[in-house]
Write a new protein. Structure first.
Length: 335
């Protein structure tokens, strides 16, 4: 019997990458446009796995519903798992696996794209010239060469970003709970305390995981310690930044520009076409009103190479589970 997989939140690009990868695995993938919720969990009845993404809801209620449908595995097709109640999964005997790495180049390069676009006002120039306005007023940027970038978190993505920025001739400061001094020497960067990173950096880019310690680490206090006019980049998790504090920082000119690939309340909007509706999230609407803010739709991962890696790793995780093998990419809670 072919192993059934319930695939939630399916987009056309998901189907393309997973169908191609599935030629090797031979699973019966059932694609559903809707997201996983307590109500939609019935669609997974009899499936060996529920395959979900960052904007699916795997809270305690949804997990209980999956258990009632006989689903033994939640397979995340992403690295983050903060949308999954791991303790509830453990209590209900449901294993959880993820994709810890896909293409770190994709996210690092997207962070650089945001930096360059904000610094050189590419987004503003694009709209001006389409309207026949070729003036340079308000478009001045600065040389990246010789400036200082502060990188918070120095994992796989950040290390690629650091090497790219060093290629620009930037000084790079790093902060990490577990600094790797050998890497720092090889890459030509320096670990410093977080306060010093804020004070010295012309650009601050966030690449740390979302934990209780890092949740809203960018708030009124931390923004107040940053160099005036700093460019703030977040391609990690939305809740690393307290958005209302960011808005105040932008209004007070403490923050010179912000590039956000994530937003703390993105679930209702990101990956969906809302162009024919009014945005009723006042905070998001306010962010979008700033001409020195670029918001992208959590697309840092979105390259052909990354999608192929995600599909292959996700299906391999499911195969390992069904074959009773050790789950190298399992994340666990406590019962």
């Amino acid at each position: 019997m072919t192993t059934k997989i319930a695939f939630f939140g399916a987009k056309p690009y998901d189907r393309e990458s997973f169908d191609q990868a599935n030629e090797v695995f031979g699973f019966d993938i059932r694609y559903y446009k809707g997201h996983l919720t307590e109500e939609s969990a019935v669609l997974a009845k009899g499936a060996a796995a529920a395959c979900i993404f960052v904007n699916d809801t795997a809270d305690a209620a949804a997990i209980r519903a999956l258990k009632e449908q006989g689903v033994p595995l939640i397979a995340l097709r992403c690295a983050g798992f903060n949308n999954v109640d791991l303790d509830a999964a453990a209590r209900n005997g449901i294993a959880v696996v993820r994709v810890p790495a896909y293409s770190p180049y994709a996210v690092a390069e997207h962070a650089v794209a945001l930096m360059l676009a904000l610094n050189r006002k590419i987004h503003r120039a694009y709209w001006r010239t389409r309207d026949g306005n070729f003036s340079l007023h308000g478009l001045m940027g600065f040389d990246m060469h010789g400036k200082t970038a502060g990188i918070v978190g120095t994992g796989k993505i950040a290390r690629i970003l650091i090497r790219i920025l060093r290629g620009f001739g930037m000084e790079v400061l790093g902060y990490d709970l577990y600094p790797d001094e050998r890497f720092a020497r090889e890459a030509g960067m320096t670990y410093v305390p977080l306060d010093e990173l804020y004070e010295r950096s012309d650009i601050v880019s966030l690449h740390c995981p979302l934990t209780e310690q890092t949740r809203y680490m960018i708030d009124e206090e931390s923004i107040g310690r940053m160099k005036p006019g700093v460019i703030l980049i977040n391609t990690g998790r939305g809740q690393l930044i307290r958005t209302n504090a960011l808005i105040e920082g932008l209004k007070e000119k403490r923050i010179g520009a912000a590039g956000l690939d994530v937003y703390e309340e993105e679930g209702e909007y990101f990956y969906e076409d809302k162009s024919d509706k009014i945005i009723d999230d006042d905070t998001l609407a306010r962010l979008l009103s700033f001409n020195n803010v670029i918001v992208t739709s959590h697309q840092g991962f979105f390259t052909r190479e990354a999608l192929a890696n995600i599909a292959e790793t996700t299906l391999a995780n499911i195969r390992d589970f069904t074959d009773g093998k050790t789950l190298a990419n399992e994340v666990k809670g406590s019962k």
